[in-house]
Design a protein around this ligand. Structure first.
Ligand SMILES: Nc1ncnc2c1ncn2[C@@H]1O[C@H](COP(=O)(O)OP(=O)(O)OP(=O)(O)O)[C@@H](O)[C@H]1O
Ligand SMILES: [Mg+2]
Length: 326
């Protein structure tokens, strides 16, 4: 299943996604962790030192390889050059699985050892000012979208994406590619206003959204979030000394994470599993096509000199190919 963490800058997206990834790994689940946030900190939050984090390959730099691999022998996609970030898979396309080796993982993923087992980490690469809000060809998150659109993932397998709530993901449809989106919100007006904006986009596409309150310090904070967010509030997390120790470069064993925070992670896990069970593959594929046609019209056709609508394979539904590895 696919889980995204979004929210305002500094709300705790990276912290909570890294804790959730550690929780999944501790339970032995296969995990692909993806850093698609403007500030690329997921590697560090998973315990990599500066040198290790800097050595991670950037997905954005491997787009030609990613496109060429995923295109496979799909006759509707004449070349990797005509493949844009929203190009949907069809007959002949290569699909990715969470548990397998493939050239995309070889080029873009690195193993990160955590308590309980290793996860695969992929990062988009650092954003520059010129990348922010870019909707077209050079979008840094395009590689993530392509991979998700070609991924068949079974129950018990997790792709966790640390992402911004920015315009990039709304324009491209990336925000609709998840079984469940956790919106991390501090108990502040700004935190809650990002939730409202996201909710608005999400509503039209049936995106499942739950709020994770972070840095919640007492009954006042909790009351505020409950009043502003209502039943979308799934759980709250308080200040964590474990996180603070990790930030100092002295991560304690994961088993020592505070019990209330462990409990919060279990509840995220349960919610994610429940969301996967509700996945509607046909709607998922329909939305993929919807965003492709939208991007084709607004810039893709012109940029590639091709009628990109012809890339859509009308008989194809992503996910019919699923085989669980657990
Ligand atoms: N529950 C928590 N307990 C202690 N510290 C926390 C907690 N949540 C977040 N922090 C701290 O707050 C800071 C911001 O968190 P984090 O980097 O996860 O936010 P972010 O939303 O990913 O930010 P950015 O938008 O910069 O990517 C970090 O220093 C982090 O360690
Ligand atoms: Mg972050």
């Amino acid at each position: 299943m696919r889980i995204a963490f979004v929210g305002k800058g500094g709300s705790g997206k990276t912290t909570l996604s890294s804790l959730f990834i550690r929780h999944l790994a501790a339970g032995g689940a296969p995990v692909v962790a993806v850093d698609a946030d403007i500030n690329q900190h997921l590697g560090a939050a998973l315990g990599l030192d500066e040198t290790e984090a800097a050595a991670l390959p950037a997905m954005g730099e491997h787009l030609p390889l990613i496109k060429d691999y995923l295109r496979g022998t799909n006759p509707r996609i004449a070349s990797a050059d005509t493949m844009i970030k929203t190009t949907p898979p069809g007959e002949g396309s290569r699909l990715m699985r969470v548990c397998e080796d493939n050239p995309v993982y070889d080029a873009c993923a690195r193993p990160v050892e955590l308590d309980g087992g290793a996860v695969r980490l992929m990062v988009t690469g650092p954003f520059t000012d010129a990348d922010v809000g870019v909707t077209c060809y050079h979008s840094k998150t395009g590689a993530v979208e392509l991979c998700l659109n070609h991924l068949v993932d079974g129950p018990g397998e997790y792709v966790v994406v640390d992402m911004t709530a920015g315009s990039d993901s709304f324009a491209s449809g990336l925000f609709t590619r998840f079984d469940l989106t956790f919106l991390v919100a501090e108990p502040t007006r700004k935190g809650v206003s990002v939730y409202r904006q996201y909710k608005e986009y999400a509503r039209d596409f049936g995106v499942a959204l739950k709020v994770v309150g972070n840095k919640v310090q007492g009954p006042d904070d909790l009351d505020f979030l409950r009043a502003e967010v209502g039943e979308d509030l799934l759980v709250t997390v308080g200040h964590s000394d474990w996180v603070r120790a990790m930030e100092k470069g002295r991560p304690p064993r994961f088993a020592l994470l505070e019990e209330p925070n462990r409990d919060a992670l279990r509840r995220l896990h349960t919610a994610a599993d429940a969301a996967y069970a509700l996945r509607d593959r046909e709607r998922y594929t329909r939305q993929m096509v919807h965003f492709h046609l939208k991007n084709a019209q607004s810039w893709g056709n012109e940029r590639t000199g091709t009628d990109l609508a012809a890339q859509v394979d009308p008989g194809f539904v992503l996910g019919g190919q699923v085989t669980a590895s657990v």
